[in-house]
Design a protein. Structure first.
Length: 495
């Protein structure tokens, strides 16, 4: 059992699954072109002779490199034109979705925005306005028929303003600065005005850009889609050097205005709803609704235990495989990885553990067990390949004060038995007995029992995975979740 063999198995899994891939969206095609555009025509070589050869190749291949970039730019433009040419009703109202970050960043918030936006496109033409890094160019990116991303880069003037704010606001200078320095982002304001003109609905993912809506010539029906209690998130990410009193003052003012002006507020767990009401007042209850995280169930390859075992065998990986997904950006994920690496993996040396979203340094483990494989950030296809091979999925979250994990819906859509704590399952209460929360200290034993079941007759586990997936489709498919907002002219999903 070693890293090289595991990487080879994942590559084989990708190859097998891509040969029979069911759904390829315009966004999938765009991301493929983006990956191709970043592929270098030469490779750096070491040593002084290698550096000379690299320089010669760079100069000799420069015209081809420019042609390569121009060709891919034209292909991306053709892809956008093709997406816009797809048959759509001509009388659909417009919905503009505003995100203060790159929605192609593959984090949980980005996944939620893309999922809801595609679901909203059944009844709206959707424009996602996404604030991206200063080195990017303004670009329109196709997501699906009726959905496009307007990627708007930050300006040098805005970046200078953030540097001045760094002392007071620390790690949240960017978020809080969007309201304070909006005038330094004229293209953002222009794009919003163009897309919001005549729009029926505006959705804000965070409260920091409510000024855009307030100062706009048109003020569509306003939805505040809050993945978590923003104050908790903001204060945690401000860092020790920030002026917490000033951070709390500015954040509270922005979220209070957003909540007051919003026609509808959605939060992804009942715990978050109650916490927001404690902060902003009970009067908001009538406009808040539970809008959990979800997944496109039928676009996810269903690989229950028996199929996963067959795929692993075909890929040359004989060891039982458990998977955990989560970035190092949140403490609960780091705590979960510590628990897996110290309490579960050493007790089961014949099992293997894949950590999607963390590289070895991210784990914080002083010694990584030989059966634990930190995969880092991977492509969507590689993530699917690993999940498809996995026998069981883990979410040993010890505790957290905000939000609901997207990993659970992805695990279940892939057909994985899930071993998780109550915190790890927060937001998925509608699944009832399809999920069973475990106390943290009982998870290692529960894992061993799951391994024994998998080694025997897995038909019962397959049947349970089918039931869980059906229930997931009924309550947590993005198409179902989006209706819970009851947007103008649309029925609200029964709560």
């Amino acid at each position: 059992m070693n890293v090289s063999d595991f990487q080879n198995a994942v590559s084989h899994s990708e190859e097998i699954l891509s040969a029979d891939r069911g759904v390829i969206t315009p966004l999938d095609r765009y991301l493929g072109l983006r990956d191709l555009s970043s592929f270098p025509l030469w490779s750096e070589q070491s040593g002084w002779m290698g550096r000379i050869k690299t320089l010669i190749r760079r100069v000799a291949l420069a015209p081809l490199d420019r042609y390569h970039e121009a060709l891919l730019r034209q292909l991306r433009q053709a892809l956008l034109a093709d997406n816009r040419a797809q048959p759509r009703p001509t009388d659909l109202p417009r919905l503009v979705y505003v995100a203060p970050f790159d929605v192609l960043s593959r984090n949980g918030g980005a996944t939620r925005i893309l999922g809801l936006a595609r679901a909203f496109s059944a009844n709206f033409d959707v424009s996602i306005i996404s604030v991206v890094g200063p080195r990017r160019s303004l670009e329109v990116i196709p997501v699906a028929p009726g959905v496009s991303i307007y990627a708007v880069p930050q300006t040098p003037e805005f970046m200078r303003a953030l540097e001045r704010d760094q002392k007071s606001f620390g790690g949240v200078a960017f978020s809080l600065g969007l309201d304070r320095h909006l005038d330094a982002l004229p293209v953002l304001r222009y794009c919003y005005e163009q897309q919001a003109a005549g729009a029926a609905v505006c959705v804000l993912n965070q409260p920091h850009l409510v000024r855009l809506w307030r100062e706009s010539k048109s003020r569509p029906y306003l939805v505040y889609d809050a993945p978590e209690v923003n104050s908790y998130f903001t204060l945690r990410n401000a860092g020790a050097s920030a002026d917490k009193t000033e951070v709390r003052k500015v954040q509270f003012a922005q979220e209070s205005e957003t909540c007051e002006r919003a026609d509808r507020i959605g939060m992804c767990s009942q715990v978050d709803i109650e916490d927001l009401l404690k902060e902003q007042g009970e009067s908001l209850r009538q406009k808040i609704t539970l809008v959990p995280n979800g997944v496109w169930v039928d676009e996810t390859p269903f690989m229950p235990p028996s199929r996963a075992r067959a795929l692993r065998a075909a890929c040359g990986w004989p060891h039982p495989l458990a998977v955990f997904m989560g970035s190092a950006g949140t403490q609960p994920n780091r705590d979960a990885v510590t628990f897996i690496g110290t309490e579960i993996a050493p007790r089961y040396p014949d099992a293997s553990f894949a950590l999607i979203g963390m590289n070895p340094r991210d784990t914080g483990l002083p010694t990584i067990p030989p059966n634990v494989f930190p995969c880092g950030r991977v492509s969507d296809m590689a993530k699917t390949a690993i999940l498809s091979m996995a026998d069981v999925a883990l979410s040993p979250i010890p505790g957290y004060d905000i939000g609901s994990s997207l990993k659970i819906s992805e695990y279940m859509a892939h057909g994985k038995p899930v071993l998780a704590t109550t915190f790890g399952l927060r937001g998925y209460e509608m699944l009832g007995d399809a999920l069973h929360p475990w106390p943290m200290d009982e998870l290692p034993v529960a894992f061993g029992e799951a391994m024994r079941q998998l080694a025997g007759d897995s038909e019962a586990l397959d049947a349970s995975a089918c039931v869980a997936r059906d229930r997931l489709r009924e309550h947590y498919d993005w198409a179902v979740i989006s209706r819970r907002y009851g947007l103008p002219g649309l029925p609200m999903e029964a709560l």
